[in-house]
Structures are given as structure tokens and as C-alpha cells.
Design a protein around this ligand. Structure first.
Ligand code: VTB
Length: 332
């Protein structure tokens, strides 16, 4: 549980929403999973978006999408600012990625997810769709152990020491990109191992919270800012540390960020600055992954695996659902 949250449940968010959000990510995951391994990223993403939007609009909330499929002029659905839900119920902000890892899904590789985070109004950083420099570790370490502005060698040495293992037993997760060449070299020079991932750093960050299961101790590198906020929402619930800094390297990006309320372009955000107050987070596996299995289509049923968490109560639930009547997945 995130420190300081103990016992502080929200007067705004109803715990019943925990189960409601599961339905939303389940639907998106099933829709995307039907198109796993077809090499068609757009089709899988569109199917997930349609399903997530439909299901979100059934929730008893007055929701606003703050992290979505893009800005209004570029995304017809689930765009930033779109109102979702029935309009009756608590005022909430929503960050979503109906298919995190479209390429992973198209290639049927591990760790693509349908993801949603929900907070009290104003709880999620309204990040523009730019890159973000990120660093994250799991729970159980002293605050400030790693820092975005420290060198990879310093961060990895500090982490190994706190974990009580030699540096060679630390594994860092980094996205396989040319922009990370120097980072990869610096991490390798420490003697630590690297798990190079093609895509999907929401999962990459979450994996740091359970190194025994996932084999990953630290996430470092540059990925999408929206994915950064989604990962921060998850870490607020499970615990762990994360910092992020938007990469606003052009005037156009700085202006876009400013319009979204980002006044300090070089700000280093910590976890609670990216996701504050009571936060819900849900993810359903689309393809099999390190902490969630993907959707299984069986002869007479569909099975889904979802994790759903809430920051104020520190509950992390793994929900395996069996959908016997799956005609409803096709007809609505
Ligand atoms: C990032 C990362 C995502 O796409 O947004 C990445 O955060 C895009 O980065 O998890 P590139 O422009 O280097 O491809 C994901 O990997 C989602 O697929």
C-alpha cells in the first residue's frame, strides 16, 4: 500500500467500482485478443477501443478521459476530454489504454494488456502524448533510493545494496530502442542483466513490484508519457517508487503541454504527482504475460485474467473470470 493512504477510503469513489472496472478491461481484452497474432495492430486496437468505450459508458460515473487515445482532432473515440459513463455518479478522471502493446498483440508476444485507471477528479497527471523518461522500483525500499538524475551505475548499486545482493543479480527492464544505446551500455557495464522489451512499458514498470515472479528489479528508460501515468497509478496501489519527466524538446510540445496544465516543462514528477488521492487500476491480460495470463478462448467459454487494485485500501485482487455466455461479447 502507498504510504499515508492507510484507512483513507474515498468519500467520492464507491468500492463497488472495483468490480465495474474489471468488466471494462475484460471486454477490451477479449476484443483485442480475437485479433492476436494477425499482424494488424490497427484492427486490434480499434476493437479494444470500441469495446472499452461501450463498457465504460455503462458505468455509473460522470467520467472524463484525461489520458486516452489522443487529442480530440486525432482520435474519434476515447479522446482526451471525452465524457464517459452514464453521467450519474461520482465525478472521476480516467486514464486508459484499451490495448497497451498493439505491436505485441499483433505479433502475439507476451505482456499486452487492456488497462484502465480511475481517480477522483484531478487525481491523474494530464500528460500529453509525448515521451517520458522513467525510473521505477518495487515496494520495500527506502524512499529516494533511486533517482532519475542519478547515473544508471549509482541507481543499480544502490538497489543491489538495499536488496542485499551483488549487482550481478539485479535485472533492469529497458525498451529495445536505439535511443537507449548509451543507457544499455551503462547498465551492462555495472554487471547487471537487462531484460530488453520490444514494447509495453506499463507491464515493464509493474513487473518491478514482484521481482521473484517476474525477474525484474528496476525499470529504466524512455517510453510514452500516458503509459507513465498509467504505470504510476498501478504503483500507487501496489507500492513502489517511480519518477518521470516529460520530454518536451520542441516548442510545439511545450505549448501542447502548457495547454494541458504543465507549467514546469522540466519537472521531475514523483508517484503521487502523477497519481494522487484514491486511485483504482485494472489490467486484463490480452496475451500471456509475466504476471497475468492472456485471454483463453476455450470450446465453451472464454477465460480472462485481471488484476484490480485500489490505492486507499491497498487491495490487489487477481480475478479469473469464466465467461460462459460469450455471445454477449459479440453482439453488443
Ligand atoms: C511507448 C511505450 C509503450 O509504445 O509509448 C512505446 O511507453 C512507443 O515508443 O508501452 P516508440 O515510439 O519508441 O515505439 C509502447 O511500447 C506501447 O506499445
Amino acid at each position: 500500500m502507498a504510504k499515508g493512504d492507510k484507512g483513507r477510503t474515498s468519500a467520492v469513489l464507491d468500492r463497488m467500482l472495483t468490480l465495474e472496472v474489471v468488466r471494462v478491461t475484460e471486454r477490451a481484452a477479449v476484443a483485442a485478443a480475437r485479433l492476436r497474432g494477425r499482424g494488424d495492430e490497427k484492427a486490434a486496437d480499434q476493437a479494444a477501443v470500441d469495446a472499452m468505450r461501450r463498457e465504460l459508458n455503462r458505468l455509473p460515473i460522470k467520467g472524463t478521459v484525461v489520458i486516452g487515445e489522443g487529442e480530440r482532432d486525432e482520435a474519434p473515440m476515447l479522446y482526451i476530454g471525452e465524457a464517459v459513463g452514464t453521467g450519474e455518479g461520482p465525478k472521476v478522471d480516467i486514464a486508459l489504454d484499451p490495448l497497451e502493446g498493439t505491436t505485441i498483440c499483433a505479433k502475439n508476444l507476451p505482456n499486452s494488456l487492456a488497462v484502465l485507471a480511475l481517480s477522483e477528479g484531478g487525481g491523474l497527471l494530464n500528460a500529453p502524448d509525448v515521451y517520458m523518461d522513467k525510473i521505477a522500483i518495487g515496494p520495500g525500499y527506502p524512499p529516494g533510493l533511486v533517482d532519475l538524475d542519478a547515473s544508471p551505475a549509482e541507481n543499480i548499486a544502490a538497489l543491489a545494496k538495499a536488496k542485499g545482493v551483488p549487482v550481478g543479480e539485479i535485472t533492469a527492464c529497458i525498451m529495445d530502442r536505439t535511443r537507449h544505446e548509451a543507457l544499455i551500455e551503462a547498465v551492462r557495464a555495472t554487471g547487471a542483466a537487462i531484460r530488453l522489451i520490444g514494447d509495453g512499458d506499463v507491464a515493464g514498470v509493474i513487473h518491478t513490484t514482484d521481482p521473484d515472479e517476474t525477474g525484474i528489479d528496476i525499470y529504466i528508460g524512455i517510453g510514452g508519457a500516458p503509459e507513465g501515468v498509467l504505470a504510476a497509478a498501478a504503483l500507487r496501489c501496489i507500492g513502489g517508487q517511480m519518477q518521470g519527466r516529460l520530454i518536451l524538446d520542441t516548442e510545439e510540445k511545450r505549448a501542447r503541454a502548457k495547454r494541458m496544465g504543465v507549467l514546469e516543462p522540466n519537472k521531475k514528477y514523483d508517484l503521487t504527482e502523477m497519481a494522487s488521492g484514491d486511485v483504482f487500476f485494472a489490467a486484463t491480460g490480452v496475451t500471456d504475460g509475466n504476471f497475468l495470463d492472456g485471454v483463453a478462448f476455450k470450446r465453451d467459454r472464454i477465460e480472462t485474467h485481471t488484476v484490480v487494485m485500489r490505492s486507499s485500501t491497498g487491495t490487489v485482487r487477481f480475478i479469473k473470470s469464466t465467461h460462459l455466455d460469450f455471445s454477449k461479447f459479440e453482439n453488443d
